[in-house]
Design a protein around this ligand. Structure first.
Ligand SMILES: [Fe+2]
Length: 453
């Protein structure tokens, strides 16, 4: 702690937290740092903060926002409890009250109101790294990385190499730049982030995205292999980085390496983090997306879909993430559970038409057609794939996810068009994939079948 007044402590960048307990403030700041760095033990540290001072509104709010970030509707009751405790807690500063309001908006599904809270915080405190990371994550899953970049552009002048956490700020900046197509600046910021702080998995991640978009697969393998030793304390994000490693191996036709990496890192129930949360949304996305791609290039993935289908079944009514729901459809279809696919789609329709939630339109405009397409593709009904997905494809960004992640749905459409011999659609789609930012998509293994057109 740098300063202490009557009951206000500050973090290393001078942002206040209201509590009378040094232990609560220290544990909160450590939790926030760990969250920013994608490290494990964020929740245990917040619990320690709350044990020391249950009235610490910031710790209560961040605890609730962590639950929101897990994108699991089963956590909603606990989020509501966190909100109640945060409202009853001490929040002497406007910043803290914005965090409590942010949690309130997360609980009610007003995700744009949630973003507004973060904007208000950053207007006042442009070096609030916790807020920058939370905000980027939220906008990422709303698909609006342009808006994410606008704020990192706006706060850039407040950051310099002497600002604590500069490397982590650079990692946020790098990913905004990458997803908005400025690959040169993104790679530079990402590499500098890792150079300054070897733990920067988010910086490593941004560079991995650049290398994939530009077709630099050999460099991608080397880049990630050289850094994976730095991720011992990292949360499930490391599994996503291993997913990226799989993408590079896939493009080099190293299918044994893909399967080996998949089994050891992407979906390995012997990993402690997978045991703790076997159905984490991004882990299931990683798994489904990689198995689909492997099958697409002709690799037998054997039994690997089954464990994910078992995890998805209890969560058909979970509408916390449109991109995840579309992957749920992919998983259930892969194991032939088409009745469950229908049940999932019915629940998605119901949420789309009945819910007062920021994601309701995103389900209708994007996730439902993507899910329908995934199911139709597995049934071999390629005409329906194009019928439902082609008119909706310009909305797919609304599901959230990166260009690299979203690409699987474009692979699905191109595959259907190739199988139907629809030259016009193939050319249109390949052109669009290039416009999205992929260099020469037709040179990639996953679009190989389109080369003959
Ligand atoms: Fe990624």
């Amino acid at each position: 702690m740098e300063t202490q007044t009557k009951n206000l402590f500050t973090d290393v960048r001078g942002h206040a937290i209201t509590t009378d307990s040094v232990a609560a403030a220290d544990a909160f700041n450590d939790a926030a740092d760990k969250f920013v760095r994608r490290e494990i033990d964020v929740i245990p540290r917040l619990q320690q903060s709350l044990t020391a001072d249950p009235g610490c509104a910031m710790s209560q709010a961040l605890f609730g926002l962590m639950l929101h970030g897990a994108r699991n509707s089963g956590l909603q009751p606990e989020m509501i409890s966190s909100l109640q405790r945060a409202r009853a807690g001490h929040a002497e500063t406007a910043r803290e009250r914005w965090y409590v309001k942010a949690l309130e908006n997360a609980v009610t599904g007003d995700l744009f109101g949630l973003i507004d809270c973060y904007d208000n915080i950053l207007q006042q405190d442009p070096t609030d790294l916790l807020c920058l990371v939370l905000r980027q994550g939220e906008l990422f899953w709303l698909g609006d990385m342009q808006r994410s970049r606008r704020i990192t552009d706006a706060v850039a002048s407040s950051w310099n190499k002497d600002t604590p956490g500069y490397a982590d700020y650079l990692s946020v900046r790098a990913f905004d730049l990458e997803e908005t197509g400025d690959y040169i600046s993104a790679e530079s910021a990402g590499r500098l982030s890792v150079e300054l702080a070897s733990h920067s998995i988010w910086g490593a991640h941004a560079v991995a995205h650049v290398l994939l978009m530009q077709g630099r697969h050999d460099e991608g393998v080397d880049w990630l292999q050289g850094l994976q030793g730095n991720w011992q304390h990292t949360n499930q994000m490391k599994f996503h980085l291993w997913w990226h490693q799989c993408l590079f191996h896939l493009e080099r036709r190293e299918y044994d390496a893909v399967l080996d990496t998949y089994d050891h890192w992407v979906r390995n129930h012997e990993q402690e983090l997978i045991q703790a949360v076997p159905d984490l949304y991004i882990d299931l996305q990683n798994g489904a997306s990689m198995l689909w791609r492997l099958e697409h290039v002709g690799v037998d993935v054997d039994h690997r879909w089954i464990e994910m289908a078992e995890l998805v079944l209890p969560r058909l009514g979970d509408m916390t993430s449109p991109f995840t729901s579309a992957h749920f459809a992919m998983i259930l279809a892969a194991v032939g559970q088409f009745d469950d696919c229908d049940r999932l789609l019915q629940k998605m329709h119901k949420f789309h038409t009945a819910a007062e939630h920021a994601l309701a339109t995103r389900y209708g405009d994007a996730a439902i057609p993507a899910a329908q397409g995934a199911v139709a593709h597995r049934r071999g009904d390629y005409g329906k794939v194009l019928e439902v997905m082609m008119p909706a494809r310009h909305n797919f960004w609304q599901m959230g996810g990166s260009h690299a992640q979203q690409d699987v749905f474009f692979q699905l459409m191109v595959d259907a068009a190739v199988k139907l011999g629809r030259r016009q659609e193939v050319e249109t789609l390949l052109g669009e994939i290039e416009t999205i930012g992929f260099t020469e998509p037709v040179q990639r293994v996953v679009y190989e079948a389109a080369r003959s057109f």
